[in-house]
Ligand binder design. Structure first.
Ligand code: C5P
Length: 314
């Protein structure tokens, strides 16, 4: 769909549908620090946007409405509890415009999966409504609004590979070689609630379990400057993995199936339960995907590559 310009009934220029595509994210490094007084954990994370996309289409309308198709239909509310609606309202309030738009969400990113699908949809909504309402905000302005909506939302505006600090909302791009990394992504049959997984990590740590916390991101940032998947695979890590596996022990079967098939790394994405595997190239990714489909405990396996850009019109 291209952006269509036409005259409306009053002879005014009316903007046609705005379509925004937004990727999912995985975390190449997710270092979780202590629980803060505000209920969040201090993070050192490296975000990586991968080629699995949701899409928001925004049209002019008399009210703010949301319809959807794809992953999560019937499972997520389409009212003010939805992050898409909250994003549109937050942008309208900041821009001092009426929150009027007909929004449609085409969802391929599974919900409650550790892929930041809801955050991605919020980022896409900010970009789509910004264009529809012609607010004139910069990406940095949108990132400030994004941070009020969720810790991962600012990253999804930028995409690529980026360092996240604070509760994850402070994002700085990582300087890396223009390398395309190949991933296998395994979706689980059920979801995991992010707060539950953080709570489980706190519980494990309080009882002396949960594993040693990840160190600095230096090794990972150095590996991103090489083109060697084995070197990158050796330094990927996720402090939430032990907690996700504790809540969903069958994830270990899926992770092991990818390791056995020769993946350079097998790890839980974010708070899970999605598992991701690093491959040499697309052919290798295809072989790992076949093995994970056969031997893993998951509902669907897809190939993806990264890094890819964040929420974009077009
Ligand atoms: O920021 P967001 O709304 O996506 O976070 C969802 C939940 O995940 C928070 O309410 C909190 O329980 C947990 N969280 C956390 N520390 C972070 C980010 C999220 O404990 N840095």
């Amino acid at each position: 769909m291209t952006e269509a310009w036409a005259l409306d009934q009053d002879g005014q220029l009316a903007v046609g549908p705005v379509r925004v595509r937004v990727p999912a994210k995985i975390n190449l490094h997710l270092g979780v620090g202590p629980l803060r007084p505000d209920g969040y954990h201090e993070l050192h994370t490296v975000y990586h946007a991968v080629s699995l996309y949701d899409e928001i289409t925004a049209r002019a309308g008399d009210a703010l409405t949301l319809t959807m198709q794809g992953e999560g239909v019937g499972e997520i509310e389409l009212d003010d509890r939805n992050l898409v609606i909250r994003a549109a309202r937050a942008l309208a309030a900041a821009a001092k415009v009426e929150p009027k738009a007909r929004l449609h969400l085409r969802k391929q990113i599974p919900i409650a999966a550790g892929l930041a699908g809801g955050s991605a949809d919020a980022a896409a909504t900010l970009v789509a409504c910004d264009s529809l309402w012609d607010t004139g905000f910069s990406r940095a302005d949108l990132a400030d609004i994004a941070a009020t909506l969720g810790s991962d939302v600012p990253f999804l505006l930028y995409g690529g590979t980026a360092l996240g600090t604070g509760r994850g909302e402070t994002v700085n791009p990582v300087l890396a070689r223009a390398t395309r990394w190949h991933w296998v992504i395994a979706f689980s049959a059920g979801g995991l609630s992010t707060p539950d997984v953080y709570r489980e990590l706190d519980r494990l740590r309080a009882s002396g379990k949960g594993g040693a916390p990840l160190g600095s991101t230096d090794g990972l940032l150095a590996a991103l400057r090489q083109r060697d998947p084995a070197a990158l695979g050796a330094v990927l890590g996720n402090d939430l993995q032990a907690a996700a596996v504790s809540l969903m022990p069958q994830l270990e079967t899926t992770l092991q199936s990818g390791r056995d098939a020769g993946a350079h790394a097998a790890l839980v994405s974010g708070s899970g339960p999605t598992c991701v595997f690093l491959a040499d190239d697309e052919a290798h990714a295809g072989e790992i995907a076949d093995a994970v489909r056969e031997h893993g405990d998951c509902r669907e396996v897809q190939l993806a590559h990264g890094p890819v850009p964040g929420a974009r019109v077009g």
